[in-house]
Design a protein around this ligand. Structure first.
Ligand SMILES: [Zn+2]
Length: 218
């Protein structure tokens, strides 16, 4: 893994790559992704072709960005492999992702700890609720409409995305997309863009470099 760009640019790239890789692996067609700097803050957006996406896949894709960002922060705080602590309490995180007051532009989404395991040690990462953006929240809510309003729905969904991000093949593809996105930096903090083809190329190169069959796994 090569670290490129400023820390927040790097985190924004990992966030978008999280949406992209989890979306593509579940069979969605990504059309483009970008990150840009606005008032000193890095933001991003990833677009997918319209098509039939299941409610669970929509929720998974929406939450994958902030979880990839959290894992990236955890990784930068230690050397070696980092994995989500699957035993950690998810109630505070569920509270953030289900907070319907998030529609207000000035509402504070709050924050919580998210736990990881690294070298047998437990590591707490401060999860800033703003990592789960308004756009992420509306995608998640849209998928959630098809589910009963129960905590275990969110728990299962979040755990499954954590597992997908911890999958070595997925994380390698995610890092490849994120690094490629950072390489596209233009002068003065302009917009870094990857087309759908750029993304598929980066992902399949990362897959085949490690002897994996490229592409979706569903
Ligand atoms: Zn996002």
């Amino acid at each position: 893994m090569i670290q490129i760009g400023t820390e927040s640019q790097f985190e924004a790239a990992r966030h978008e790559a999280g949406h992209v890789v989890i979306g593509v692996r579940s069979g969605s067609v990504v059309t483009d992704t970008h990150i840009r700097c606005e008032n000193g803050r890095w933001l991003g957006d990833s677009k997918f072709a319209t098509g039939k996406v299941s409610a669970d896949d929509m929720m998974a894709c929406a939450i994958a960005g902030c979880l990839a960002q959290a894992k990236s922060v955890a990784e930068s705080q230690c050397s070696g492999t980092v994995a989500f602590d699957m035993k950690c309490e998810l109630k505070p995180l569920i509270h953030i992702v289900r907070d319907s007051d998030r529609s207000g532009p000035d509402s504070d989404p709050g924050s919580c700890d998210v736990f990881f395991l690294a070298d047998g040690k437990r590591l707490a990462i401060h999860f800033d609720g703003a990592w789960f953006s308004g756009a992420d929240a509306s995608g998640y809510r849209l998928g959630r409409k098809s589910h009963p309003p129960l905590d275990f729905v969110d728990t299962q969904l979040i755990r499954s995305v954590m597992g997908e991000l911890d999958d070595a093949k997925n994380w390698r593809a995610l890092c490849a997309v994120s690094d490629e996105l950072c390489r596209r930096t233009v002068a003065d903090g302009g917009t870094c863009v990857l087309s759908g083809d750029d993304i598929r190329k980066a992902m399949s190169e990362a897959d085949s470099e490690h002897g994996e069959v490229p592409g979706a796994w569903k």
